[in-house]
Design a binder for this molecule. Structure first.
Ligand code: PMP
Length: 393
């Protein structure tokens, strides 16, 4: 019997939905014009971009602000950080940027580069998946020009209190700008620019069943009006001059379609995801082999789709490979971190030791996953743990 694949790696990427792929192909085939062209082919492509911007705004729960399309979450984060850092000439050496200790590499590494350029980068601890608000409050200084943090951590699912951070920032440094990397939050937890308290928001298409290589940076009217963000990609002046390059119309339009579909069934999808995770956790707690061998790293406030598990004494790479051999796909820490063969900064910031971090796998669910798949996963994991333990004895 060929066993069906079980895909528990939806935070790395999702399988695009059939509707989205059909939409993509139609637009790529029929709407091939360059949106900057003046003729009718160009105009209809441009109209699709306008429509996609409206759909994205509506999925974000706002009528305000600007949607700048990018080639994914990484590029949107880079635009937010470098674009803000170099927006004003007076932002010279010593200006402060505040972030957290557990950011994705697409935020952490641009900030390393800005530290080398003379910016004062302060990283707030996130032990147990909780933001150290005392440390944040004392880091706020009049020299702060930007705060950048994720809404949901990609490795633990921790939800950070962005609205609290935003309110504190507005009081202490009203000229600073608040960027939220919502790559793992968009269409997973309820969020709008208002509830996040954000001036800029990063979202990515391939995490919500859209095509890969497309995303967006939402930017508030105030930031645009005050010229609070500068371009980092210079060229033909597309996307309000803030992200040059011919727009990827089919991918952008398909991203909007994915957002529309996810938005329309948000409650239903998140409920399904929550049920799978809860079922897995309650079965794990009662499991004769795994209850003692596996620790669930549960933040106080967590998004429904991410589950971090430490399999004591087992290298995550080994567990990942053994599961992969059985057609079950999970990740170790995060896909990006595992490329670099680095220990996950987010898990270390969570409070895991190096050894535990190295023994941690991440499961991330979609609404296509089922409780039965969770059962198959637990049986496979138990078999792996028992077999390897026997070999060791
Ligand atoms: N931020 C977070 C929190 C992410 O999880 C990811 C994707 N792993 C990104 C940014 C980067 O997004 P993309 O893959 O679209 O470049």
């Amino acid at each position: 019997m060929i066993q069906r694949e079980i895909y528990f790696d939806n935070s790395a990427t999702t399988r695009p939905s059939k509707e989205v792929l059909t939409h993509y192909l139609r637009v790529a085939d029929e709407e091939y014009g360059n949106p900057s062209s003046k003729h009718k082919r160009g105009q209809t492509a441009r109209a699709l971009l306008t429509e996609a911007r409206k759909t994205l705004l509506s999925a974000l729960g706002t009528k305000d602000g600007h949607v700048l399309f990018t080639a994914g979450g990484t590029e949107a984060n880079n635009l937010a950080l470098f674009g803000r850092a170099y927006a004003k000439e007076r932002f010279a050496r010593g200006c402060r940027i505040i972030t957290t200790a557990g950011e994705h590499a697409s935020v952490a590494l641009p900030l390393d580069a800005l530290a080398k350029a003379g910016f004062d980068i302060v990283r707030i601890p996130t032990k147990g998946g909780a933001l150290d608000t005392e440390a944040l409050l004392s880091a706020l200084s009049p020299k702060t020009v930007l705060i950048s943090m994720m809404a949901v951590n990609n490795e633990t699912g921790a939800i950070y209190p962005t609205s609290l951070v935003s309110a504190a920032m507005r009081r202490a440094c009203p000229d600073a700008v608040f960027h939220v990397d919502a790559t793992q939050a968009f269409m997973k937890i309820p969020m709008t620019p208002k509830t996040l308290g954000a001036d800029m928001i990063t979202v990515s298409s391939h995490k919500i069943e859209g095509p890969k290589g497309v995303g967006a940076l939402w930017v508030s009217d105030a930031v645009i009006k005050n010229r609070g963000l500068s371009a980092v990609t210079l060229g033909g002046g597309q996307e309000e001059g803030l992200r040059s390059g011919t727009e990827n119309v089919p991918a952008i339009s398909a991203f909007a379609e994915a957002a529309r579909l996810a938005s329309a069934s948000f409650d239903e999808r998140t409920q399904k995801i929550r049920e799978v995770k809860e079922h897995l956790l309650s079965s794990l707690a009662l499991h004769p082999v795994l209850a003692d061998a596996v620790t669930a790293n549960l933040p106080e406030k967590a998004a429904p789709h991410i589950l971090s598990l430490t399999v004591e004494g087992f290298k995550s790479e080994t567990v990942l490979n053994d599961l992969s051999g059985r057609g079950i796909y999970v990740s170790s820490g995060s896909a990006c971190a595992s490329h670099a063969r680095n220990l996950s900064a987010a898990l270390l910031a969570f409070g895991k030791s190096e050894e535990e971090t190295d023994a941690t796998i991440r499961l991330s669910f979609s609404h296509h996953n089922t409780k039965e798949e969770a059962d198959v996963f637990l049986s496979a994991l138990a078999e792996i743990v028992e077999t390897r333990a026997r070999v060791r004895r």
